[in-house]
Design a protein around this ligand. Structure first.
Ligand code: GLA
Length: 392
């Protein structure tokens, strides 16, 4: 059983320091909590490929979820989410979804318990400055931070790959969102100063160093479409249909050389999704090569192509996001830009020349303000290490 006093409310996006989180915990629960963090993520390229066993190139970013946690000697999770101005309780012996933010925590507890981890009753205080609903994985950050907290309190050790698998399972089976593993993997396994070239079929990741000249700018379209989850599910089903019709376990098994023949065997919808996935995997490979030789012009072009494919073939963009991406692509100092994340709103990621990122950001915000009637949120992010305990 589980209760939560409010659902997904408007977040505070002010960063809260580890010391403040500890203090808030102590004021509420007393005692000395342990502190855990998990970052949000960007994805440079490789969108809507993870659930087809494809390639992605995410990086953990300097926006994070912080959780202070201590065992409470009972069989309940008492959770305050400062970020949602809300609190919730769950009985560890009867965990069930409530369709609130608490599902991210309770879902992780449920999958850990199902796998034999002795999750103890605990008090938790959650803060986060990861923008919510913008496509930078605020929910994965909560799940991964919660997994670290609950595992540590249970005295159970696990590596970042296993933590990502558990967090994804919580999201799939408990929250009910059929996401791939990219977000949870990036949050759990990020590398400071680098992106990850992740093969979602094998979960093997290589670090891709990011040149100092590369600056990643996120601009929020300020648009959130209804039915995002249903649309995402439908895209995933199209990909699974295409794989089934082609007789492969996952669509990413189809190579670029086989693409034309594969498309001829598919009905129009699944064919479009197939074309996106196969070509996007090729773009991710070429993006890693471009970064290897420090060729930001080539990387920018691949990002632009990715956007066009997400718009035309995966059909997950919106009019506003297309406008924002086009504005960013035409802005001096920007090498390339595309929509990021699941789609239907959220952020555009622009690859900018580090020396010109500030002026590029202002130019994009001003031009896009004419489209939506207000100035959008924007920030430049840094690639940071993945989740872990913060030892004071
Ligand atoms: C969301 C999902 C990810 C991934 C992206 C699209 O962020 O959570 O698993 O599918 O969309 O690339």
């Amino acid at each position: 059983m589980q209760t939560a006093s409010s659902t997904f409310a408007v977040p505070s996006r002010e960063p809260v320091s580890p010391a403040q989180v500890r203090r808030r915990f102590r004021d509420r629960f007393g005692g000395s909590p342990r502190l855990f963090q998990a970052p949000g993520r960007i994805n440079i390229i490789g969108e809507h490929t993870d659930y087809s066993g494809g390639l992605v190139m995410p990086a953990a970013i300097d926006r994070r979820c912080l959780i202070a946690a201590a065992p409470n000697g009972a069989r309940t999770l008492n959770v305050v989410a400062g970020v949602f101005a809300s609190q919730a309780q769950a009985d560890l012996d009867v965990l069930a979804p409530t369709h609130s933010w608490m599902d991210y925590v309770a879902g992780v507890a449920a999958v850990l318990i199902a796998d034999g981890v002795a999750v103890p009753g605990a008090d938790l205080w959650i803060e986060s400055d990861v923008p919510i609903g913008a496509g930078v994985s605020s929910s994965a950050a909560i799940e991964v931070a919660a997994a670290h907290a609950l595992l540590a309190l249970a005295g159970h050790k696990a590596d970042g790959v296993q933590i990502a698998r558990w967090a994804q399972r919580a999201e799939n089976d408990f929250v009910g969102m059929p996401c791939g593993i990219m977000d949870q993997f990036a949050s759990a396994n990020g590398v400071a100063g680098g992106a990850m070239l992740l093969d979602c079929a094998t979960l093997k990741a290589e670090t891709v160093r990011l040149p100092d000249q590369a600056s990643f700018l996120l601009v929020d379209s300020m648009v959130r479409h209804a039915h995002v989850e249903g649309e995402y599910r439908a895209r995933r089903e199209d990909c699974e249909t295409a794989a089934r019709l082609l007789g492969v376990a996952m669509l990413s098994e189809v190579t670029e050389a086989e693409l034309a023949a594969a498309l001829a065997r598919l009905p129009p919808g699944p064919a479009k999704r197939c074309r996106h996935v196969v070509r996007e995997n090729g773009r991710v490979r070429r993006a890693a090569e471009a970064l290897g030789r420090g060729d930001l012009v080539a990387l920018g072009q691949l990002m632009n192509q990715s956007h066009a494919s997400l718009r035309e073939d995966m059909q997950v963009s919106t009019v506003e996001v297309d406008r924002l991406a086009a504005i960013a692509q035409q802005t001096p100092g920007v090498f390339g830009a595309r929509m990021m994340g699941g789609g239907f709103g959220g952020c555009v990621i622009a690859l900018a020349d580090a020396a010109r990122a500030g002026t590029a950001s202002e130019a994009i915000r001003t031009a896009y303000a004419d489209v939506i009637g207000k100035s959008p949120d924007a920030f430049v992010c840094r690639a940071v290490a993945g989740a872990g305990e913060i030892v004071a």
